[in-house]
Structure formats: C-alpha cells, structure tokens
Design a binder for this molecule. Structure first.
Ligand code: C2G
Length: 141
C-alpha cells in the first residue's frame, strides 16, 4: 500500500472549559490533513494574553489529548514561536478561528494559513458568565 503523504496541521489556543466551538475547530482543522498538532497556551502565556483560564495547563492538556481529532499537544509559551514550530514540526497548514483573521498572515511565508469560521453562540467566557448567574443551590458538584 503506498504510504499516504503526511499532511501536518497546526493550531494554537487556550482551550479552557472545552466546548463544542473548540471541538468544531479541531475537527475541521484535522480534516485539512492527516495529523493535527496543538500548541496549548501555558498558564504563564495566558497571563501575557490577558486570559485567566479556569483549568490549569495540565488539565487542559489532558482534555485535549483525549480528543479524537488531536494527535499531539505541546506548550505554547509566547507569541513568537509559531514560525519555528512550523519548521520544527513540518507543518503544511496553520489553522486558527477567524477571530484571528489576518493576525497570523506572516506564517504564510512558511505554510498554508487557514482561518475557519468560529462556532457562534459558545465560548469559555459565555460559559463562565452562565455559571455566575446560576444560584449556588442549582449548582451540582
Ligand atoms: N473557537 C471557535 N469557536 C468558538 C470558540 C473558539 O472556533 N466558539 C476557536 C478559536 O477561534 C481558536 C480556538 O477555537 O482558534 C481556541 O480558542 P481559544 O482557546 O479561545 O484560543 P485563543 O485564546 O484565541 O488563543 O497564539 C494563538 C492563541 O493561543 C489563540
């Protein structure tokens, strides 16, 4: 059987409170190649991004690694590692949700850049807001 050419897809994110918007992004990203690698923002990098995640890095990593669309998870520690990652990992496609449209066009010198439409109506922020509104009595462990 001829070996199918490896086509590596790369994406990045915090992936806090893993939800269907994340799943859809990862599913569609994985469909663009034969393997999907994810740069997962560390807790320290999240501070630089102005994000405070509910779940720590190790927990977010464990959840991502359980996702059927994800082949490998590594640490995203700063804004400037993407081009080096593309080269190091041999990425053919770099994918982000279109809330980032245009922000990473510089990566196009090294591989295809694809911005996928975000899934409307769901976000980690919105989930946190929903939880704040719910009365403690309604919250089950
Ligand atoms: N996403 C989506 N639909 C949503 C929510 C998120 O498609 N409803 C996508 C985002 O566009 C992103 C990915 O899911 O491509 C991960 O989202 P976040 O965890 O919010 O990632 P972000 O904080 O945007 O980090 O260097 C890049 C950054 O690390 C991206």
């Amino acid at each position: 059987m001829t070996a199918q050419a490896q086509r590596t897809v790369l994406t990045y994110g915090t992936f806090d409170l893993f939800h269907p918007g994340h799943v859809q992004l990862l599913k569609r990203a994985r469909e663009l190649g034969t393997r999907l690698l994810v740069g997962l923002s560390t807790d320290e990098f999240n501070v630089l991004k102005g994000k405070k995640s509910v779940m720590g890095y190790e927990d977010r990593k464990a959840v991502l690694e359980s996702c059927r669309y994800v082949d490998e998870v590594f640490a995203e520690e700063d804004w400037d590692q993407k081009v080096a990652d593309v080269t190091r990992l041999g990425a053919d496609v770099f994918v982000m949700g279109d809330d980032w449209a245009g922000k990473f066009d510089f990566v196009a010198d090294h591989c295809n850049v694809v911005y996928l439409a975000r899934t409307p109506g769901v976000s980690s922020t919105e989930i946190k807001q929903r939880m704040r509104v719910q009365r403690p009595a309604d919250m089950h462990a």
